[in-house]
Design a protein around this ligand. Structure first.
Ligand code: NAD
Length: 364
C-alpha cells in the first residue's frame, strides 16, 4: 500500500532525529512492501525565517491532505524575543487545532534494559507499560469566561472549566477502544468529589462502559492517581483524563520512562481502529534541545517510537509498528546507548549510529 506522510522536521535537533526516524520507516517499508510517500513541510522557527509564518498555509494543506504527520520539534533561542509577533510554538498549537487533534496519547514504557537508568527504584518501575490519553482541546485551558479584571477589593481573575457531553464521550471512547487492544483495563481520572465537570465525566464513563464489557473500568481521583503513579505505576494499562489533569500527570509519568529522548506521543483526530484511518500527528515529547543541535548526540528513539505509533494508529500497520518497537528493544538489550541514557559498561553511539542500528534490526 502507499501512504502520504507529511514530514515536518522543525528546529534544533528536529531535522536530525527526523532523519533517523525516516531511515527506520523506509527500512520497515522495504521489509513489508509498503510505500511511504514523504512530503516535507516547514513548521516553527524555520518556517518563520523562510515564510514569515510558523505554520504556512502550504504546510497546513500538506498535513490536511496526508494520512499522518510526523513532526520533530520547534523553537529555540533565535525566536525567543518576547516582543516577537509570532513564535514557533504558535505553529504547533494552530496545527493541532486545525487538524482537530483532540486526543493526546503518551505511552510510558520502561524498557527492561533501561531499568537501572531511572532515578526511581528498579523494583518500582519494572514492567511499567501504560498509555496516557489526555483530552487536548477542551476544559479549563479553553473555557470561557477567561479574564482578569479590577474590583474595588483588588484584581480578580477567572478561568472556566467546561466540557460538553460529546467532548467527554469521544475521548472516553478512545480510552475504551485502546484498552481493548491492550490489557483491557481503563482508569478514568477525575475530581468528581469537587468538580461538576468531573461528575459529568464519571457519569458518562459509567454510562458507556456496558458497551465495552471486555474492558474493566476504574474511576480514580486525580490526587490519588498522582500518588499511584509514583507508588505502583505497573498497575496501570490505559489512563484517560481531561486536559489540565492530563497535562500535569503526563509530565509526572514521563520521569518513569527515563530520558526525554525516549518518550513518544501521538495526537489524534478520531478513535484509532484497525479498519479506518485516523489522522494523527506524531512527535517526541521533548523540545528542540538547541544546546545539542547539530552535534550528533540527540537520542532519536522518541521520534522512532513516534513513527511506530503512526504506523499503528493512523496507518493500521500494527505488525510493522511492533517490528520497530522490537528493534529498539534489541538495540538497547545489546547495550547501545546515546549519551542521555548512557550507563556503565555500555557502548556510546551518536544519533546517526543509533538510527542505523535500529534500521538494521528492522531490516534484518
Ligand atoms: P527540551 O525538551 O528541548 O530539552 C530539555 C532537556 O532534555 C535538555 O537538557 C535537552 O538537551 C534534553 N533533550 C531533549 N531532547 C533530547 C534528545 N532527543 N536526546 C537527548 N537529550 C534531549 O526543552 P527546553 O530546553 O525547555 O526547550 C527547548 C526549546 O524547545 C524551546 O524553544 C521550547 O519552547 C521548545 N519546545 C518545543 C516543544 C515541541 O516542539 N513540541 C516541546 C517543548 C519545548
Amino acid at each position: 500500500m502507499k501512504f502520504d506522510l507529511a514530514v515536518l522536521p522543525g528546529d534544533g535537533v528536529g531535522p536530525e532525529i527526523i532523519d533517523e526516524a525516516i531511515k527506520v520507516l523506509l527500512a520497515t517499508g522495504q521489509k513489508f512492501k509498503q510505500t511511504f510517500n514523504l512530503r516535507y513541510g516547514l513548521v516553527g522557527g524555520v518556517a518563520i525565517d523562510q515564510a514569515g509564518n510558523p505554520l504556512p498555509p502550504k504546510t497546513l494543506k500538506l498535513c490536511q491532505t496526508s494520512d499522518a504527520v510526523l513532526l520533530g520539534a520547534v523553537g529555540g533561542p533565535k525566536w525567543d524575543d518576547p516582543r516577537a509577533r509570532t513564535r514557533p510554538e504558535d505553529g504547533l498549537l494552530t496545527l493541532r487545532k486545525k487538524l482537530g487533534l483532540f486526543a493526546n496519547l503518551r505511552p510510558v514504557k520502561v524498557f527492561p534494559a533501561l531499568v537501572d537508568a531511572s532515578s526511581l527504584k528498579p523494583k518500582l518501575i519494572e514492567g511499567v507499560d501504560f498509555i496516557f490519553i489526555r483530552e487536548l482541546t477542551g476544559g479549563i485551558y479553553f473555557g470561557r469566561p477567561k479574564r482578569e479584571w479590577q474590583t474595588p477589593q483588588g484584581r480578580r481573575a477567572v478561568d472556566s472549566m467546561t466540557y460538553t457531553e460529546a467532548e467527554i464521550e469521544r475521548i472516553l471512547r478512545v480510552g475504551f477502544e485502546l484498552a481493548r487492544t491492550r490489557r483491557h483495563k481503563l482508569v478514568s481520572v477525575d475530581k468528581a468529589n469537587v468538580l461538576q465537570t468531573s461528575r459529568l465525566w464519571r457519569q458518562i464513563a459509567t454510562e458507556i462502559a456496558p458497551q465495552y464489557p471486555d474492558v474493566e473500568l476504574e474511576h480514580i481521583l486525580v490526587d490519588a492517581c498522582a500518588m499511584w503513579l509514583m507508588l505502583n505505576p505497573a498497575r496501570f494499562d490505559v489512563i484517560v483524563t481531561e486536559n489540565m489533569f492530563g497535562d500535569i500527570l503526563t509530565d509526572e509519568s514521563s520521569i518513569l520512562g527515563g530520558s526525554m529522548g525516549m518518550l513518544a506521543s501521538a495526537s489524534l483526530a478520531g478513535i484509532p481502529r484497525e479498519e479506518t484511518r485516523t489522522l494523527g500527528m506524531y512527535e517526541p515529547i521533548h523540545g528542540s534541545a538547541p544546546q545539542i543541535a547539530g552535534l550528533n548526540i540527540a537520542n532519536p528513539i522518541a521520534t522512532i517510537l513516534s513513527a511506530a505509533m503512526m504506523l499503528r494508529y493512523s496507518l493500521g500497520l500494527t505488525k510493522e509498528a511492533r517490528v520497530i518497537e522490537r528493534a529498539v528493544e534489541k538495540v538497547l538489550d545489546e547495550g547501545y546507548r546515546t549519551s542521555d541514557i548512557m550507563g556503565e559498561g555500555k557502548t556510546k553511539v551518536g544519533t546517526k549510529e543509533m538510527g542505523n542500528l535500529i534500521a538494521g534490526k528492522v531490516g534484518g
